[in-house]
Each structure stands twice: as structure tokens, then as C-alpha cells.
Design a protein around this ligand. Structure first.
Ligand code: ATP
Ligand code: MG
Length: 338
């Protein structure tokens, strides 16, 4: 049997280049290898946990995320793309899992801690947001996934998923596999920083380059990018560490020799930010052009995209129901079965 993949994204905005290097790239490679059965989820219920007052934002971004998927090469013939809310059984599974996790265990999740402080919830943390890692465990285990290709911020969620699978199996009998998280080999791709130098590019953080950005927007973003604040005159020696222009060149540039020479020149002094930014623009535009073009093509046929999501959701729901039947039986909830 092929190994199963489950992964996904929150429809809180269009997808950015951090998503690409952190997870999408690997998904497409794994899909094309033919060795996996892939399930890709648009996590609209999870998006509602911190956007309950703005369901329109979540609704609108479902199609944007789906277009981004198709644009980077996810193929509905090879990967099943579905929408979380169309599978209500995921809520049932979440509810059983809630009993296998303590509040103090949830409080220790470093990603959730960071997100809570970024979102400035104060004491008003929605219970749904606080517990979303449990619902994420349900998503992963609902198809009994083997692997989950994600960025580094998701590793605590996968650890929790493994713990929940273990607890369930111990209490109710062997039911779930313990899935493994797959993160990119290089540190920058595991957590691509934002154009403002923030340690993570995030669609809710206003510091992203989107896969759908047109050339003009891309140029503007690159020219406003955080570099070295002490590199004021061209002749000044500059820092390449923590300088976003060189960070992105390291991740996306193919001509490593040229980039190395530019770095040495920049450190020594005599190389201006404008020249470096112009080169970064060329590199990024070359990378984004085919993605942007494919996206525009799919955007002309939204019926096709909605249909793909509906079909993918129906197919996934059947599989989830098979697993849920085992879960109910394992816990002993089949009271009326003759
Ligand atoms: P939000 O701000 O709404 O949480 P996000 O940009 O963090 O949005 P998610 O939908 O939460 O995006 O994450 C989807 C996937 O992309 C996850 O696997 C996550 O690890 C990965 N990812 C998100 N941001 C980055 C990043 N900057 N670098 C690498 N991977 C990332
Ligand atoms: Mg996130």
C-alpha cells in the first residue's frame, strides 16, 4: 500500500513563497514520485478559530488557496484536494481526542504561544484557537496519514498528534499510525523570514511575497525589503546575515557562484542595495512567472476549481468515515449494532 500524506493550509490569505519552500515544493515532488497517496486540506475550520468574526475572509480565500495549489503543480488527478468543513466527522474525532490531552500540555505548545502573543488575544483566547492543535491531530489521523510535509512551526503539532495516536492505541486498541513530519533540509526553507526581517513570513503578518504577486508588486516589495540598516553609503561594509535580500538569494538563486561573489563584495563595501535588489527581482520574477501564468489560466475557470474541491471532499469523507467506524467500535460506542 502507498504511504499516505496529509497536509494543508489555512485559507487566511493567498499562499506565499514561505509556503512554497516550506511545504508546497515537497508536496509536488512527493505527488509526482507516484509513491504516495496525497490528501491536501484547506483548513477553513481552523482558520475560523481566529477569524470567527470574519467568515467572508475565510470563504474568499478557499478559492485563492486552491488556485495557488494548481499554480504550483498540485494535480487533482494525483492528489486529493479537499475542504475541512465539508467533513463534519473531523469534529467528532476532535472531540474524542480532546479527552486525551491536558490543558497544561496544550499550554506548552511553542507555536501556539507565539501566535497568541502575535495576535494580541490577551486573556480572551478563543477556546477553539487554543485547542486547534487537537483538531489538527484529528485531520492528520482521520486518514491515518504516514507523513506530513510541513514548515518547522508545525512540528509541535505533529508531536502532539503522535502522542494522541499513542494514547488512543493504548486505551482503545491499535487504531492509528504515528505520523512523521517532513521538514525541508535547509533551515531557511523550514522557516522563511518575512520581507520585514521578522523571523517568519506569515500570511497574517503582512510581510509576505505572494505566489500571485504581479511583477510590479514584487518589485515594490523587494525594494522595500529589510537589508542592513547600517549599510548607508555604497562604500560602507555591509552585513549579509539577517539581510533579507541575501536570505532570499540563498533560497531562490541558482547561480551560487555569482551570489557568493556578491556577498563578498557587499561585506567588503562598494556594492549598493539597489544593485542587489535588482538582481533579486530578476531571480524571483523568473521563479514566479510560470506560477503566476498558470494561476491566471485556472482563475478563468472557477467552476472547474470548485468542482475539484467538491469531488475531493466527497472522496475524503468516505475514507474518513471508514476510519471513524473503527474509532467508534474501538471506544465501544456501537450501542445499537445488532
Ligand atoms: P497564518 O498566519 O494564517 O497562520 P501561515 O502563513 O502561517 O498563515 P499556514 O496556513 O498556517 O500559513 O501554514 C501552512 C503551511 O506552510 C505549514 O506547513 C507551515 O509550516 C508552512 N509555512 C507557513 N509559513 C512558513 C514560512 N515562513 N516558512 C516555511 N514554511 C511556512
Ligand atoms: Mg500559520
Amino acid at each position: 500500500m502507498k504511504k499516505r500524506i496529509l497536509t494543508g493550509d489555512r485559507p487566511t490569505g493567498k499562499l506565499h513563497i514561505g509556503h512554497y519552500v516550506g511545504s508546497l515544493k515537497k508536496r509536488v515532488e512527493m505527488q509526482n514520485s507516484g509513491e504516495y497517496e496525497s490528501f491536501i486540506m484547506i483548513a477553513d475550520m481552523q482558520a475560523l478559530t481566529d477569524n470567527a468574526k470574519n467568515p467572508a475572509k475565510v470563504r474568499e480565500n478557499i478559492i485563492e488557496v486552491a488556485l495557488d495549489y494548481l499554480a504550483v503543480g498540485l494535480d487533482p488527478k494525483l492528489s486529493t484536494i479537499f475542504v475541512q468543513s465539508q467533513i463534519p466527522e473531523l469534529c467528532e474525532l476532535t472531540f474524542y481526542f480532546m479527552n486525551l490531552v491536558t490543558v497544561s500540555r496544550l499550554e506548552r505548545n511553542p507555536t501556539v504561544k507565539t501566535e497568541i502573543s502575535q495576535k494580541e488575544f490577551g486573556k480572551s483566547i478563543p477556546a477553539g484557537f487554543f485547542t486547534y492543535p487537537v483538531s489538527q491531530a484529528a485531520d492528520i489521523l482521520s486518514v491515518n496519514a504516514d507523513v506530513v510535509p510541513v514548515g518547522e512551526d508545525q512540528l509541535p503539532m505533529i508531536e502532539l498528534t503522535r502522542e494522541i495516536a499513542q494514547s488512543f492505541n493504548t486505551l482503545y486498541g491499535e487504531t492509528f499510525k504515528k505520523p512523521e513530519g517532513i521538514v525541508p533540509e535547509d533551515g531557511l526553507s523550514r522557516r522563511l523570514p518575512g520581507i520585514d526581517g521578522n523571523e517568519k513570513m506569515g500570511k497574517s503578518l503582512n510581510n509576505s511575497i505572494y505566489l500571485s504577486d504581479d511583477a510590479k508588486t514584487l518589485r515594490k516589495k523587494i525594494f522595500s525589503m529589510y537589508t542592513d540598516p547600517f549599510h548607508i553609503r555604497v562604500e560602507d561594509p555591509g552585513q549579509v546575515e539577517g539581510n533579507m535580500v541575501f536570505t532570499y538569494l540563498d533560497v531562490f538563486g541558482k547561480n551560487k557562484a555569482k551570489i557568493q561573489a556578491m556577498k563578498e563584495h557587499y561585506i567588503k563595501g562598494g556594492l549598493g542595495d539597489v544593485v542587489c535588489k535588482k538582481y533579486l527581482f530578476e531571480v524571483m520574477d523568473e521563479f514566479l512567472l510560470p506560477i503566476r501564468t498558470r494561476r491566471e489560466e485556472y482563475a478563468k475557470n472557477l467552476d472547474y476549481v470548485y468542482n475539484m474541491l467538491e469531488e475531493g471532499s466527497k472522496k475524503t469523507r468516505i475514507i474518513v468515515n471508514e476510519i471513524l467506524a473503527k474509532v467508534r467500535e474501538a471506544i465501544g460506542l456501537e450501542y445499537f449494532k445488532k
